[in-house]
Design a protein around this ligand. Structure first.
Ligand code: PGA
Length: 248
């Protein structure tokens, strides 16, 4: 039985006042998650500050990006080991915003996934098609290529990752994939995993893209959807708590 997982991706939002308020409310209304794992991914500069405020809450910490390098002259970069040192358990890798706005290639994403694993972090590997690709009927081949690059570098170590299917057209648009659309891609991903591991049934595959309190339960009830990667709705304590409860 895969444990449900809900990850809040705060992106580049918040300041200490807003984040402090969000965490205080979240801790009041979200009872210690018993049957699901919950984590939040703040911007780098707030990681340690948020970690201190999460103590005893049962909520885990993650980062939104990482360097491929362990240390050295890489101005502006953050090493995987530094994220571990600041208490991170997870790191989001290959989010579509990184791919589209910062030119991250499938090969670079694969190297980042390896770097995360080496440092003892659980990478949340994001894949997903654009609207143009979906309309051209190439959704599955896009996913296959994105995952293929990681399979080549990782092989069976893919077992130690979490995969997030995030259709680009659903991110931040309010246009959520239907549970059927998402389930179809999730089942496809699980079949692809069989090329590199026998443990396909143990790997968590999250859905991301306009997950809200009112659509989380139906999405999470699909057989191959193991939780969500939540952007906008994770900035609202009530909304995020309701999504976490849907996962329980
Ligand atoms: P969204 O973002 O929930 O705001 O659509 C999801 C994501 O980018 O991970």
């Amino acid at each position: 039985m895969r444990r449900k997982l809900v990850i809040g991706n705060w992106k580049m939002h918040g300041d200490k006042a807003a984040i402090g308020q969000l965490l205080t409310t979240l801790r009041q209304i979200l009872p210690r998650p018993a049957n699901a794992t919950v984590a939040v991914c703040p911007p780098f500069v707030y990681l340690d500050w948020v970690r201190q405020r999460l103590e005893g809450s049962g909520i885990d910490l993650g980062a939104q990006n990482l360097s491929t390098e362990a240390k050295g002259a890489f101005t502006g970069e953050v090493a995987p080991e530094m994220l571990r040192d600041c208490g991170c358990r997870y790191v989001i890798v290959g989010h579509s915003e990184r791919r589209q706005l910062f030119g991250e290639s499938d090969a670079l994403v694969a190297t980042k996934v390896s770097a995360a694993l080496r440092a003892g972090l659980t990478p949340i590997l994001c894949v997903g098609e654009t609207l143009k690709q979906r309309e051209a009927g190439s959704t599955l081949s896009v996913i296959e290529a994105q995952l293929g690059a990681v399979f080549t570098q990782l092989g069976a170590a893919i077992e130690q990752t979490v995969i997030a299917y995030e259709p680009v057209w659903a991110i931040g648009t309010g246009q959520t994939a239907t549970p059927e659309q998402a389930q179809k891609v999730h089942a496809f991903i699980r079949r692809l995993l069989a090329a590199v591991t026998t443990k396909t049934a143990e790997i968590s595959i999250l859905y991301g893209g306009s997950v809200k309190a009112d659509n989380a339960a139906t999405l999470f009830s699909q057989p191959d959807i193991d939780g969500g990667l939540v952007g906008g709705a994770s900035l609202n304590a009530e909304e995020f708590a309701a999504i976490c409860k849907a996962a329980e």
